[in-house]
Ligand binder design. Sequence first.
Ligand SMILES: O=C(O)c1ccc[n+]([C@@H]2O[C@H](COP(=O)([O-])O)[C@@H](O)[C@H]2O)c1
Ligand SMILES: Cc1cc2nc[nH]c2cc1C
Length: 347
Amino acid sequence: MAYQEKVDLLVDGMAKPPGSLGLLEKHVKRVLLCWGEMQVLKPYHLIFAADNGVVEEGVAAFPPVITYLQAQNMVAGRATINAFCRCFNIPCEVIDVGVNTIEPVGTNLKPANGSRNFTKEPAMSETEYEYVGKAVACRVQRLVEEHGCNLFSFGEMGIGNTTTSSAVLHGLTGIEPEFVVGYGASPPNGELVRRKRNTIVKGLELHKEVMLSVHDILRCLGGLDIAAMCAAMLKCTELRVPFVIDGFISAVAFACASRINERAKRYAIPSHLSKEPGMTYALLLGGILADEVPIRANMALGEGTGAVLMVGLLKAMLHAIESTARMSEFELGGDAAVKVAEQIGSA
Ligand SMILES: O=C(O)c1ccc[n+]([C@@H]2O[C@H](COP(=O)([O-])O)[C@@H](O)[C@H]2O)c1
Ligand SMILES: Cc1cc2nc[nH]c2cc1C
């Protein structure tokens, strides 16, 4: 029997009405298909922390030093993401890909102390962009080959990164900034949103001549966190390891990854629909429809909180698959057996 058929039988044959676990069935099947064989789940959560020079333009409500302070909380196990990871027994690592401090926070893979203000110059130099991509890809490869990690979730921490994400999405698609700019971490604030839109238009105008590829767009307008997440997703794709997308920032990284390598779409699992208005567009670029996203909780925290909740759901599904009774085990005779067979057959 082909592996895909086995996976279908495994999930469809659980003692439950067919399809009654909805999207969880669809996504756990996708994880099993990515693995290509039955494996024991070994999840790993990576958080990419970086500052963004574009905050100079007044596009964030919180001061940039929060990037450093909250990344420190994460390293100390005192952020929401740590609590969520502990709940599901998921290891979590903070990678400093550009926090604006001399002393790195967590694992040091930073090529610079933040991206530059993209309204004035490219956010990253070519050397910085290449360095961060290679360093992160190396880290992912090591986690897979030496530690056996087989499901990644990605998160980020970076004041100003909803502006860099909206800018990259605008650069990728040309969608009007009105549709892809939201409040970010700020409470509703019309003036802030107007400033974010103008900043993005200014950035695109400055770099449009040189933005000829997805890499150029990421380098000119992106943040080091988005570039890092995109590289991590591409490495997962190469190694055929599934990964879970979080909110807006990681969805934009995924949009870039799937433009660079179409096969990234096969390995990406959505988690939640962020409050940010660009979320659905970013996912759509990678071929994921809003209807396929399991969690709708109006979240916008980042850190990978939605992604880790999804890993928890997948873990619960894998446990259910291996520990629950099978439809075929019901001891039924006569009419009852026929009726159940009809229900399974018509699923
Ligand atoms: O993940 C999301 O969809 C999301 C939406 C809004 C804000 N955030 C988080 O808030 C920070 C960015 O917000 P801002 O307003 O500074 O651009 C950054 O640290 C993100 O993790 C995250
Ligand atoms: C406190 C705080 C925590 C965060 N975590 C991710 N983004 C954040 C932004 C702020 C402001």
